[in-house]
Design a protein around this ligand. Structure first.
Ligand code: GAR
Length: 199
């Protein structure tokens, strides 16, 4: 069984999708062992506690933020770090330390509407302003370039007439993010498990 850390900043609907997928058996090769938030008020922490999972807050403002984060992740000896609505940008020291072990969910079809400054609702505001008819979500590996790592999975979602950024965000989460993120976790962890058992 692979050990996962989920890093969050806010509401945690993607975290919930991961926890639900563990329960329903969509994720069967991995287990969330810790949820770490960079902000104190994050509802994601409550979701973790409700599910009986360790919930830790390391405030983004703390001077030793990344050192504490690395320390905790090393201590837990996690196999995969999932950025699920985690809005802090990680340094290249961090991404190198966990090379090939970090994935992120982004609410657009990369390479559209991604990179520095594109996060949360801003992504959907930009998609509507540009007038795209299709948007979606992407799961990708994390390297030193924001949203620049290798793409693992994508799912397209239609933009509908009259969409607001909020309505579009909800549809992209429900139809794309909450589907492809748990599946990508299982795909990665089941392959890793098979390799380490020599199957
Ligand atoms: C999600 O839409 C996620 O894709 C996005 O923030 C939201 C968090 O929601 N992440 C980014 O924009 C990262 N660049 P959640 O806390 O309910 O999962």
């Amino acid at each position: 069984m692979k050990k996962i850390a989920v890093l969050v900043s806010g509401g945690g609907t993607n975290l919930q999708a991961i926890l639900d997928a563990e329960k329903s058996g969509i994720i069967k090769s991995a287990k969330v062992v810790t949820v770490i938030s960079d902000s104190e008020g994050a509802f994601a922490l409550t979701r973790a506690e409700k599910a009986g999972v360790e919930a830790v807050c390391i405030p983004k403002k703390s001077a030793d933020f990344e050192a504490r984060l690395i320390g905790l992740l090393d201590e837990k000896n996690v196999d995969l770090i999932v950025l699920a609505g985690f809005l802090s940008i990680l340094s290249s020291e961090f991404t190198r330390h966990f090379e090939g072990k970090i994935i992120n969910i982004h609410p657009s079809l990369i390479p559209s509407f991604c990179g520095k400054g594109f996060y949360g609702l801003r992504v959907h505001q930009a998609a509507l302003a540009r007038g795209v008819k299709l948007t979606g979500a992407t799961v990708h590996y994390v390297n030193e370039i924001p949203d620049g790592g290798r793409i693992i999975a994508q799912k397209a979602v239609e933009v509908l007439p009259g969409d607001t950024p909020e309505a579009l965000q909800q549809r992209v989460m429900k139809e794309a993010e909450h589907v492809i993120l748990p599946q990508a976790i299982e795909d990665i962890c089941s392959v890793d498990a098979a390799e380490s058992e020599g199957r």
